[in-house]
Design a protein. Sequence first.
Length: 220
Amino acid sequence: MPDMNAEISASFPLFARLDPDSARLLEGGARVVAIPAGTVLFQDGSECSSYVLVMEGSIRVQKVSEGGREIVLYRVESGQSCVLTTNCLIAREDYAAEGIAETEVKALVLPAAIFRTLLAKSESFRDFVFSAYATRISDLLMLIQEVAFGRIDMRLAGWLRARANAADGIRATHQDIATELGTAREVISRQLKEFERRGWVALYRGRIEVKDPGGLSTLS
């Protein structure tokens, strides 16, 4: 198990502080899995049976409305866990959103029973779980504030400026951006056309080039 121990410690340094019994429990029950890009890890309404910690790659967690509208809630990346999974395991409830592997993902997977045992007996494990939980809740509150109260032109301008230095432009469709910002594709398309009219961006199929970051900054 030494190679696996090294992998776990490298990705999750806090686990090095586990007491010997908890460390053995983690090592004995955990498994490292490779998840291909595009894999749906969980769906709205599905049962939660394991605790997933991302070692490499990115998982997108999103909510889809009955009308098909999508919003990205957050991403789970290297060294992180999924707060929705944590909530489902603690509350013994089903998932209320879906998770998709955006890239190839390497993950550490713990069965639900071992997760609950470690949560009950290990202070270090609890620190990791609830620290990640608190951080993600703060992120979600900021997202709610942006969606509920933020102007879409300002939010879009900020999103574009954050990616303005991409060498070959921003590779994203209007639907991709709408999903990121929690609005409709038509709203994004209309706003991008206005930005293009002002000379701030140039629009291509599946790609956006930021021409005037300073112009965008007047909004964002």
